[in-house]
Write a protein that binds this ligand. Structure first.
Ligand code: PMP
Ligand code: GLN
Length: 380
């Protein structure tokens, strides 16, 4: 066998979660909540199973779930989406991303990604025989220089992937970012893949700007979401992709042979759960309290923080604690000697760029965050 990804090892999320388990560390590395999802969601799954919804769902997803999503988009963002031809339920955002990438890219094509980038983008591009063209954004603002993006476009460029809100930078796009993206995509006839899995986790009163609300981008974008992120159930692995009918039709050609359809009972439960807007509207308030708790403690422990504007991650500069260690060395040291696991931000860069930043996840119970901060207080 000739490997398609000879240099790819185990993901940093698996590596750090395993190291945390080995050393009985508090795991603030991989992004997942340590608190339960809503009991209504569990009851919804159980009820669906009892009602014998245990066979294949329709290939594109349960109609009731797609209709609930269309209603949510209409009510909350005034975006009109056709549930039948524009929404596909996927096995998490990861499958939606891979499928969209495989739908667009042919061997030899180029796709632009902005680092720090989520770790699945580049391997999915390379698996198509295509080439990721990486543009590095730098701390502290991680702002996109759209002129630089424009200059990176070549006759082979087909796709640009954006992650808004950004994991791990926590930066969010403004309307003028979307306009600049749209102008480049229009000029070069590029498809846009917008990873918006953290759409509801935006703080301090800032509004998330979706490609779906931007008419020109809406016409050329795949937008990807994750119920795991929004409803505290990362293990359910259910997400969805919204795209215009022509893009969705091509997406489904691959989707049907990757998974055919996604598990049925969870789709029933999610369709019901989506009927109550408070289930996502209260998320900023809920997570902001956790963010602030963690931020205060990390500062007391000697970290310098980059403000967390979105997602459930906090970036922390450790230069005042261990200036000589690389990010990966620091993350390992903190796990092994102080029992708190984090993620080195260099893992999100193609060139391994080191900002002396680690990422902590605050999707945790207050008791977990308190326990981690007690351990970290020994640093100073
Ligand atoms: N995109 C980003 C930016 C993520 O952080 C994650 C996972 N946390 C995903 C995609 C994957 O989502 P899922 O677990 O639904 O596959
Ligand atoms: N997206 C999650 C994170 O950023 C991890 C998901 C995974 O382990 N693949 O931590």
């Amino acid at each position: 066998l000739v490997s398609k990804l000879p240099d790819v090892g185990t993901t940093i999320f698996t590596v750090m979660s395993q190291l945390a388990a080995e050393h009985h560390a508090i795991n603030l590395s991989q992004g997942f909540p340590d608190f339960p999802c809503a009991p209504e969601m569990l009851q919804g799954v159980y009820q669906a199973m009892l009602a014998n919804h245990n066979q294949y769902a329709p290939m594109a997803g349960l109609p009731a779930l797609r209709q609930a999503l269309a209603a949510k988009l209409q009510q909350s963002r005034d975006i009109v989406v056709d549930a039948e031809t524009e929404i596909t339920i996927t096995a998490g955002a990861t499958q939606a991303l891979f499928t969209a990438i495989a739908t667009v890219l042919h061997a030899g094509d180029e796709a632009i990604i902005l680092d720090p980038s989520y770790d699945s983008y580049a391997p999915a591009i390379r698996a198509q025989g295509a080439v990721p063209v990486r543009i590095s954004l730098s701390a502290p603002a991680f702002a996109v220089d759209w002129d630089q993006v424009s200059q990176a476009v070549t006759p082979r460029t087909r796709l640009i992937i954006v992650n808004n809100p950004n994991n791990p930078a926590t930066s969010v796009f403004t309307c003028s970012d979307l306009d600049a993206l749209s102008a480049i995509a229009d000029r070069h006839d590029l498809i846009v893949l917008a990873d918006e899995v953290y759409e509801h986790l935006v703080y301090d009163g800032v509004e998330h700007q979706s490609v779906l609300a931007h008419p020109a981008l809406r016409a050329r974008s795949f937008a990807v979401y994750s119920f795991g992120k929004t409803f505290h159930a990362t293990g359910w692995k259910v997400g969805y992709c919204v795209a215009p009918p022509a893009l969705t039709a091509e997406f489904r050609k691959l989707h049907q042979f990757l998974v055919f359809s996604v598990n049925t009972p969870t789709q029933h439960a999610l369709a019901q759960y989506l009927a109550t807007p408070a289930h996502w509207q209260l998320l900023p308030e809920f997570y902001q309290a956790k963010r602030d708790l963690l931020a205060t403690g990390l500062q007391q422990a000697g970290f310098t923080l980059k403000p967390s504007q979105s997602t459930y991650f906090q970036l922390a500069d450790y230069r005042q604690i261990k200036p000589d260690l690389s990010e990966i060395e620091f993350a390992r040291w903190l796990t092994v000697t102080h029992g708190v696991a984090s993620i080195p931000v260099s893992a999100f860069y193609g060139d391994g760029r080191d900002h002396k930043l680690v990422r902590f996840c605050f999707a945790k119970q207050e008791t977990t965050l308190d326990a981690a901060l007690t351990r970290l207080s020994a640093l100073t």
